[in-house]
Design a protein around this ligand. Sequence first.
Ligand SMILES: Nc1ncnc2c1ncn2[C@@H]1O[C@H](COP(=O)(O)OP(=O)(O)OP(=O)(O)O)[C@@H](O)[C@H]1O
Length: 622
Amino acid sequence: MRGVSDEYLQSGRIDGERADVSVVNESALVDALNAARTGEMTDIVETIQREQDEIIRSTHRGVLVVQGGPGTGKTAVALHRAAYLLYTHREILSRSGVLIIGPNDDFLRYIGQVLPSLGETGVLLSTIGDLFPDIHAAGRDTRAAASIKGDQRMLAVLRAAVRAQQSLPGPGVSVTFDGYDLAIDNEIVKTARAAARATRRAHNLAQRTFIRVALDELAAQHARTIGSSELDGSPLLTSADLDDIRHELELDDAVVRAVTAFWPQLTPQGVLRDLYADPAYLRKSTRGWTDADRETLYRPSAPRPADADLSPADVPLLDELAELVGYRTDEADRAERARWRQQLSEAQDALDILTGSAPQDLEDDLDPEILMAYDLIDAEQLAQRQEHSQYRTTAERAYTDRTWTFGHVIVDEAQELSSMAWRMVMRRIPNRWMTVIGDTAQTGDAAGSTSWSDVFTPYVANRWRLAELTINYRTPSEITDYANRLLPRISPDQKPPRSLRSNGIEPYAVQAEQGDGPRAAARLATSAQWPGLTTVITADASADDARDQISPIDPDLAVHAITSSKGLEFDNVIVLEPLDLVSGSPRGLSDLYVALTRATQRVIVIHEKGLPEDLEDLPAGP
Ligand SMILES: Nc1ncnc2c1ncn2[C@@H]1O[C@H](COP(=O)(O)OP(=O)(O)OP(=O)(O)O)[C@@H](O)[C@H]1O
């Protein structure tokens, strides 16, 4: 039984004529739309509308883009489509899994119950910031930094950053071997580097070639030094002698270390951290950039824990670097497995030597006191191996595997993804069977997209299809009438979504005293006691301050920064200082549009400054 007040049922009515639609299962829909919100999304199985159902059951096998204004049910449709696909393609999708990407943790919590309520668990929900195993990107970027990090030009920067690690020795670099100095000079490193680059493999995977060739060169150099006749310089060593030298070089840790300094093993995290923290490295990797842009990326090394300072915009860069360096790729995994087998067999050899005199018939009746091969292997590695075998569901396996490819990917609030984020997502879905949900009028991220064609043409040419949702189920027409005024300036080609219902509750504005806005919001919410959930929405930069001022008056009144209110909804929304929302970002008008359309019942605007042009005629409240 839903907690619906009588007042709502009487005042909330379907404005079918205005919305120009025929509504399926009207009375149940009225109930659902007027119900006070709980902070968790509910399923819409009983009241799915025709335009929504067509999308949920679409048989399109490429990229299906669902564009629709606020409150048109995009998220609801996305979740029901996930459940529908998992049901109809159970065979494939239960093995490969479905990935749903949402804009932030609050949003994932909000939708988290819908799929289990539909009986589905084989879905991995993630934000972009969580899509790289073992990283939880909790840091924040300025808008300028996020915008640069999301831009495709970072690709060239990351490539240059990895290449810069394949360095040349300065003069006089040498290592002692067998009592002689071996010179590690430019020639040797250049030869080895050319061979490694010619493999066209990722950096870490090409390191073997680099070391092999460098050691060949060093062996030849050493042979020249010790093995030529003092009389005429002719070689005195046989090729077997040369092989021996080569073998000994390989076993000499100091020599191998000295060589690998010029082609070190890299981690994506290490490269990114050094790139941001080392001005010379940053400069070298960003040829042609302005100093101001470099300055925006610059960040001194952060304290541990290692990922505390990483932001969501860093994660696609880590993923790109992982490809470039060969980190947690299939190939790297294979190499890792080969190393493991090698270690195991070396351990076994050592064991055989140790237990050479022991009886051989122990296999069936193992004595726990007897040393096993596993005992000789580093405990940490052993733990890692065991971790691999403990995976349970497809979603859990997918979560810990960067190279996992899904059967279907759904991206919600897709307008917020940057170019670099799309590259990361596309890596997870080589078959390109995707449902992409968004509204280009709501784009808030400066690196986000305002054109679906720009996003998808590079990946699938024209093999993407657009479906549209046109009815706003969330926001009553009293509010939408104001919100839609912003559209011509945000997205002139877009048809304004039509509200399905009106509720007779007119939005109004309250002028607050200078410095008193947040407290005025708290006092209003406390005295009004509106039914349902109430939240205050502010510009990102003002959220902490608003929270500090509001909580002593009303500790239960929620405050959302605009960025974290994406995709959510509340019965009553207080928009605090709309001019700050508008001026707070280059996409400020979109932010204001999002704020106004979070409400299911009422909107109140509280302002110390003036009102934005489109809201100037809001009636003044008490
Ligand atoms: N057919 C339906 N029956 C009942 N409720 C519905 C229906 N369609 C949408 N809704 C409700 O309308 C509200 C808005 O839906 P949803 O959050 O999916 O919209 P959206 O398009 O994702 O919005 P936004 O872009 O603003 O985030 C939700 O409360 C949802 O449950």
